[in-house]
Design a protein around this ligand. Structure first.
Ligand code: NAP
Length: 272
């Protein structure tokens, strides 16, 4: 790619922060974009779109959980000269019926520029930076996935795949399923977290446990039932198969979940 900038959306988030850091360390000129980033970008404020994309050559495209990738933003970015897009999507979106990310994938495929889609399995960092952190701290996680195993993946590996696709040739038109080296059930993953954090964390994997937990958080019943339908489909799809994508794209093996947990604990992730 040329000497122009790489725009990284979600640059304060779990993956974007790491993508931006890796690019910077490699000497690439990076725009750290988000509402709190050094480059102000807000999906809900269209006036912030053009300053972010003008003069950028490549873009790490991610939308936070609750927001779609607006096709108009992508159209304008391409019009302004963005020639390569790496999209953060997710594994299992067909099974779970995730229309938000399915639409985002269609948008980049139809963008007319080089695209790569990164489809990670569940992030390891959910346990210390994301959704599951409060549950780990409270000692109980309810999620209706039973014994199904997930190929949890470290956000450093996701970012390394994305950074490679942003800066090296040979990844255009590829959709990468990015996983850790082995699939674990939530019970197994929490046993590792318990060992490394010194905090006993119990897993409750049934539908009734999930309904009860959601209700105690004041989550509307409709939302809980929709989530249950998606999780049931995922559970019924069976164990997640690890892939060799991280090694193939980056040349390094993926980080084992045990290593992630040990590192997070060493950084004080689960201390009061
Ligand atoms: N967690 C998982 O296991 C998993 C697995 C597969 C795929 N995914 C996908 O990964 C995505 C989340 O990625 P992530 O974990 O890297 O992000 P994250 O840690 O959840 O952080 C969200 C990022 O989005 C930015 N943001 C929030 N609202 C914004 C707005 N209105 N305009 C612009 N930026 C905004 C935040 O920064 P500011 O607050 O500074 O704006 C932050 O940088 C989701 O689409 C999810 O579906 C997650």
């Amino acid at each position: 790619m040329s000497e122009r900038d790489v725009l990284v959306l979600g640059a304060t988030g779990s993956t974007g922060r790491r993508v931006a850091g890796m690019l910077r360390d490699a000497g690439v000129s990076v725009r750290h974009a988000s509402r709190r980033g050094s480059f102000r970008f807000d999906w809900t404020v269209r006036d912030t779109w053009e300053p972010a994309t003008a003069g950028a050559d490549a873009m790490y495209l991610m939308a936070p959980h609750e927001l779609p990738v607006d096709p108009e933003f992508v159209r304008r970015a391409v019009e302004q000269g963005v020639r390569r897009i790496v999209l953060l999507s997710s594994r299992g979106i067909e099974v779970m019926g995730d229309e938000r990310l399915l639409a985002a994938e269609r948008t980049v495929r139809d963008s007319g520029v080089e695209w790569t889609i990164v489809r990670p399995d569940w992030f390891d960092q959910n346990f210390d930076e994301g959704f599951f952190q409060p549950a780990v701290m409270s000692g109980e996680l309810a999620l209706p996935l039973g014994d199904a195993r997930m190929a949890f993946v470290d956000a450093d590996d996701i970012a390394a795949v994305a950074a490679t696709a942003l800066t090296e040739d040979g990844h255009a038109g590829r959709s990468y399923e990015v996983t850790g080296p082995r699939a674990l059930s939530f019970e197994e993953a929490l046993a590792v977290i318990t060992r490394e954090s010194g905090r006993p964390v119990r897993y409750r994997g049934g539908d009734a446990d999930y309904r009860a937990a959601q209700s105690s958080f004041g989550i509307p019943r409709d939302q809980t039932e929709a989530e249950l339908a998606a999780f049931t489909a995922l559970r019924e799809a069976g164990d997640g198969e690890p892939t060799d994508t991280v090694r193939e794209v980056t040349g390094r093996p993926p980080v084992p979940f045990e290593t992630y947990a040990a590192r997070a604990a060493a950084h004080g992730a689960w201390r009061e």
